[in-house]
Design a protein around this ligand. Structure first.
Ligand SMILES: Nc1ncnc2c1ncn2[C@@H]1O[C@H](COP(=O)(O)OP(=O)(O)O)[C@@H](O)[C@H]1O
Ligand SMILES: [Mg+2]
Length: 229
């Protein structure tokens, strides 16, 4: 479904991704693990075209995404949930959802409220008055309104209390059961383990491990070298 082959990306003169290759299949949950500054967010940004890709190939459902502008990447069926939860503080929860709504193919509000029952009870509340966990749910929900088949989650569990992280894991599992493919950047290996089939580890803009979550779990030295255990 998604394939990156030898992708290089830069911020101006700063060369950050040095040949990243990875793939995510239909219906899979794949995690991209690595410490702070390793290149996780940049990889997700490269996919949606908000960082300059200087070499390599990015394909989604067989089509090259290089040189496809960001708004068109969304229309092709890729939704990025960025690490800073960008909700509209002065709009209600329902209005926040309607901002993402699309006439063709997106989730309906009813379907969203089925997946996020907590948001249903908060529909008229101001976005800015929600807790961190609720804002994370709302950010994911708003992205779903655009109808993605592939969801890119950038550190969804960051800064959330354990009980909220557990609820988020249930929601991501439900999305997967509904057929979505998910590529998730995480530092939280415990969270990734609950959801992902396969993992990549990135360090200094290069992939250092590519394998099953079970293989990663079995290799303590790998986790010590590249992850905050
Ligand atoms: N806007 C930017 N301009 C310049 N350098 C950046 C920018 N954003 C990130 N970087 C650098 O790129 C590297 C990878 O960052 P990032 O992809 O955000 O890492 P991660 O998401 O794994 O924490 C880091 O060295 C970071 O300092
Ligand atoms: Mg990041």
């Amino acid at each position: 479904m998604l394939e990156l082959a030898d992708v290089h990306a830069v911020y101006g003169r700063s060369h950050v991704l040095h040949g990243v290759s990875l793939r995510a299949g239909e219906g899979e949950v794949v995690s991209l693990l690595g410490r702070n500054g390793a290149g996780k967010s940049t990889t997700l940004k490269a996919i949606v075209g908000v960082v300059e890709v200087t070499a390599g190939e990015i394909r989604f459902e067989g089509r090259s995404l290089r040189d496809v502008p960001t708004h068109r990447v969304a229309r092709l069926g890729i939704g990025l949930v960025p690490e800073d939860r960008r909700i509209f503080a002065d709009l209600s929860v329902l209005e926040n959802l309607m901002v993402g709504a699309r006439a063709d193919g997106g989730f309906t509000v009813d379907r969203i409220f089925g997946l996020f029952p907590r948001l249903a009870g908060l529909a008229r509340r101001r976005g800015g008055s929600l807790s961190g966990g609720e804002q994370q749910m709302l950010t994911i929900a708003r992205t779903l309104m655009t109808g993605p088949r592939l969801l890119l989650l950038d550190e969804p569990s960051e800064g959330l209390a354990p009980v909220v992280v557990a609820a988020l894991a249930d929601t991501v599992a439900a999305l997967r059961r509904q057929g979505l493919s998910i590529l998730m950047a995480e530092q939280n290996v415990k969270f990734a383990r609950r959801l992902a089939d396969r993992a990549y580890i990135i360090e200094k803009g290069q992939i250092r491990f590519d394998g099953t979550m079970a293989a990663l779990d079995a290799d303590e030295s790998l986790r010590r070298a590249y992850l905050s255990v």
